[in-house]
Design a protein around this ligand. Structure first.
Ligand code: ATP
Ligand code: MG
Length: 635
């Protein structure tokens, strides 16, 4: 038997012989018309993949499987919020998507139009996304429950002809009404949608605006047997726009193509996420984020897998709910985020042990640094491999990971792995732009163009911003910056040290906030911590730490808090040296995070420096920032 190529060989080939490598991957999807050029990069940094080819994302995700395996499970909706579980086979999903497509068409949606989806985690949201790509319209999913102002700015940017929404979402058993927020957002927005399609879940009042608002149930009836043929589009036809999480500033509207995205996701399901047709995939993200787009909706369905759409908290009715779903549906691959694991970590680990998790091959985690204690805890509790992977809304699929579908690679604690095939990753010196080739040098994680298939085509309606934001930050060269800071060890494993603007410069020493956070979170009393650099007259910058304790009573009195603060500082001194010691370690009950669970360090830093924290539209709990304000104000 021929020996399988090593991961390094595959990676090399994907860059040296792009044409051959990506042509092979392109066989994983259906092409209505074959492509002529694998990659057109005549106008860098704009890359066009599979030029000349025609395909359709919805056809590849749904129809292709419905034709061969109509009775296979496709979409499994589980809501612990409204106590419902509905399974759609590929045939049923195909029929629902066609009905939705017929409805959208009846509301005037045409190829190239945008449809804004502002929905909770319900099947109709998935139908709407797939219906859009079926007819060549672009979806723009906005995380459900965003307040009116954030929604309005996204309406103005995407300029949708139709908005699809629902009366309400639900969170922890509490109804979150949407319609009022939506009406207010449309009032605030300059752009007005022609129609608003409302799904009534019977959770909250849903006053209808005559002439504009239409009821989904009525149209769903009317288009009961609708068939809507697939619109074959150019590979480069945009499939959707999606905003980044807004951790570092104003969210950017990422525009994705069709063919490149389909190929990239199908390949990633095979080589990274180890998913096979007929199996079940469970991603705990939300459809409002990129993980939801790539690995709740498109990736698993493209691979012919069933995908679980879960509406609810990981801890309700109890901390075993996810694992009961793994057992019940024999989930083979699961995708979540470190922040969710930390929530579970506060619960009793025995909850995980109650269920048969033998179907599960691995748990994939992404979105933020995976610290050692969290990784070790979940690995022990699950008894399954934990695979970190690093990427961005911009790229749509992993930049760094393990590709165990190519050849088994060992994971290294604290590292998301190595550059994935297709990505020409470089570590660059921030000020000189020079490539850092020696092991253990810290630099900016950059990607040499062209970006591989599936990555962003451009910033929606703003090519200049695409070039200026992503390709112009490194002196002397046009290279894509991730704006993350990393290091590579002698064996080629990368470690992400934080965002480039999270580097703290204490008296000339450059420290990653992540390094200090890791050290602090190794203290047994600490559940979570955020470290930021704060301007200091003497040292340039000092580190400030805000920690959440596993048991808040440990710092209830001032004396206790000071004692613990002293212990933590000593720990950092011992692990990293006194330069890394935070000026203060303060205790809070919750940290300010985006709704996707990322720390809003830039906002914490602004508050510490008594500046305006800027765009906070994606913040989960505004009271978290208030706590920090109060502490800082009190000195
Ligand atoms: P914005 O770009 O609007 O500030 P954002 O960067 O948080 O928001 P995303 O695209 O959702 O929006 O997040 C990508 C970022 O998340 C990466 O650039 C990186 O900083 C971080 N990240 C993702 N996965 C990992 C990981 N496995 N390890 C470390 N960091 C990660
Ligand atoms: Mg980003």
């Amino acid at each position: 038997m021929p020996k399988r190529p090593t991961f390094a060989q595959v990676h090399r080939r994907s860059l040296d012989d792009k044409e051959a490598f990506w042509s092979e991957q392109a066989e994983l999807i259906h092409w209505e018309k074959p492509f002529k050029t694998v990659c057109d990069y005549r106008n860098p940094p704009f890359a066009n993949w599979f030029v000349g080819g025609k395909t359709n994302l919805c056809y590849n995700a749904v129809d292709r499987h419905a034709e061969k395996h109509p009775k296979r499970k496709a979409l499994i909706w589980v809501s612990t919020e409204v106590d419902k579980e509905v399974v759609y086979t590929f045939a049923e999903l195909q029929s629902e998507v066609q009905r939705m497509a017929a409805i959208l068409k009846s509301l005037g949606v045409k190829k190239g139009d945008r449809v804004l989806v502002y929905m909770p985690m319900v099947p109709e949201a998935v139908f709407a996304m797939l219906a859009c790509t079926r007819i060549g319209a672009l979806h723009s999913v906005v995380f459900g429950g965003f307040a009116s102002v954030s929604l309005a700015s996204r309406i103005d940017d995407a300029q949708p002809s139709v908005i699809v929404s629902a009366d309400a979402g639900s969170r922890g058993g509490k109804v979150v009404p949407y319609k009022g927020l939506l009406d207010e957002a449309i009032r605030l927005a300059v752009h007005k949608p022609e129609k608003v399609l409302m799904v009534n879940r019977g959770l909250a009042p849903m006053p209808m605006e005559p002439g504009r608002d239409v009821d989904y149930a009525t149209l769903h009836q009317r288009f009961a047997d609708a068939t809507v043929p697939v619109t074959w589009v150019d590979s480069t036809h945009p499939s959707y726009t999606l905003y980044t999480s807004g951790t570092t500033g104003k969210p950017k509207g990422v525009q994705r193509d069709t063919g490149g995205y389909a190929v990239a996701l199908a390949a990633s399901m095979k080589h990274i996420f180890l998913g096979k047709p007929g199996e079940t995939y469970f991603s705990t993200s939300d459809i409002g984020w990129v993980v939801g787009h790539s690995y709740i909706v498109y990736g698993p369905l493209l691979a012919g897998m069933a995908t679980i759409l879960y509406e609810g908290l990981p801890t309700r009715p109890d901390a075993a709910i996810w694992w009961s779903l793994v057992e019940k549906y024999k989930v083979t691959s699961m995708f979540s985020a470190p922040t969710a694991v930390r929530v579970l970590k506060k619960q009793d680990p025995s909850a995980l042990k109650k269920h048969d998790l033998s179907s599960l091959r691995a748990l994939f985690l992404a979105g933020e640094p995976l610290d050692e204690p969290t990784s070790a805890w979940i690995a022990e509790a699950l008894g399954r491999p934990i695979i970190d992977n690093y990427w961005q809304t911009e790229t749509g699929w992993p930049i760094l990971s393990l590709c165990n579908g190519l050849q088994k690679q060992d994971s290294r604690i604290g590292s998301p792995g190595k550059p994935v095939y297709g990505y020409d990753v470089k570590l660059l010196d921030e000020s000189s732009g020079e490539e850092l080739t020696q092991p253990n040098q810290k630099g900016v994680v950059a990607i040499e163009g062209p970006l591989p298939p599936g990555c962003m085509q451009t910033v929606w309606r703003d090519d200049a911003r695409f070039v200026k934001t992503y390709w112009s930050s490194i002196p002397g060269r046009q290279v894509y910056s991730t704006f993350d800071w990393g290091i590579r060890d002698e064996d080629g494993y990368y470690f992400i040290l934080g965002r480039t603007d999270d580097v703290i410069n204490v008296a000339g020493h450059r420290l990653g906030t992540r390094e200090i956070e890791e050290s602090i979170s190794s203290h047994p009393a600490v559940a979570e911590v955020a470290v930021v650099g704060v301007a200091d007259q003497l040292k340039g910058q000092v580190a400030m730490a805000f920690a959440v304790l596993k048991d808040a009573s440990k710092a209830a009195s001032t004396a206790d808090a000071l004692k613990l603060e002293g212990e933590i500082m000593k720990l950092v001194d011992g692990q990293l040296g006194a330069v890394a010691r935070p000026a203060r370690v303060r205790f809070v009950s919750v940290l300010p995070k985006t709704r996707s669970g990322k720390l809003l360090r830039r906002a914490i830093q602004a508050v510490c420096e008594q500046r305006d924290p800027g765009d906070l539209t994606t913040i989960e709990d505004p009271s978290a920032l208030q706590q920090i304000k109060d502490l800082v104000g009190a000195g």
